[in-house]
Design a protein around this ligand. Structure first.
Ligand SMILES: Nc1ncnc2c1ncn2[C@@H]1O[C@H](COP(=O)(O)OP(=O)(O)OP(=O)(O)O)[C@@H](O)[C@H]1O
Ligand SMILES: [Mg+2]
Length: 145
């Protein structure tokens, strides 16, 4: 049923719950499991926080990519501990929701698994903005943990 599963991770506990579910589904269907963390490019950061003008934007980009890499590694370890295999990790720069949906399309994923919330701490919303956008933009099934 699910040949290629994409689980999107941002370093939050919700995302780790998504990884546990994705790992179970992977084993059930012997799917491929893609783990993706999207980091924001400096140009996007500047657009959203115009007061922040780091002197060395490429260094900032590097550290964001490095954080994303660590987040993916942690998720890979957890998926493996949960018994999953055929796991591949990816990082990409860009706007999170659109990048997740584009990645799913490019790789022919038939299921996207996400946390319902993430690292953001705004209370009073049931869904984070990324989970909200991905559920409305994706062509394939989306599961929220
Ligand atoms: N940058 C990202 N890269 C990959 N997956 C992400 C990223 N951001 C969020 N996600 C996925 O989406 C889920 C929901 O996170 P989301 O960002 O929507 O909630 P939030 O952080 O609580 O709210 P908001 O970001 O709107 O303040 C996360 O658990 C994770 O699975
Ligand atoms: Mg968030």
């Amino acid at each position: 049923m699910f040949d290629r599963i994409l689980v999107a991770v941002d370093g939050s506990d919700h995302a780790l719950a998504a990884v546990r579910i994705a790992a179970e589904v992977q084993q059930k269907f012997d799917s491929e499991l893609f783990i993706l963390c999207v980091y924001r490019h400096h140009s996007l950061l500047e657009a959203s926080m115009s007061m922040v003008r780091p002197e060395e934007p490429e260094v900032l980009d590097d550290s964001m990519a490095e954080f994303a890499r660590e987040v993916v590694e942690k998720a890979k370890t957890l998926a493996t501990e949960c018994g999953a295999d055929k796991i591949r990790g990816f990082i990409k720069g860009g706007p999170p929701a659109r990048t997740i949906v584009a990645f799913a399309k490019e790789n022919d994923a038939d299921l996207i698994v996400l946390g319902s919330r993430g690292l953001g701490d705004i209370e009073g919303y049931l869904l984070g903005s990324v989970s909200h956008k991905v559920t409305s933009l994706a062509d394939c099934a989306v599961m929220l943990a």
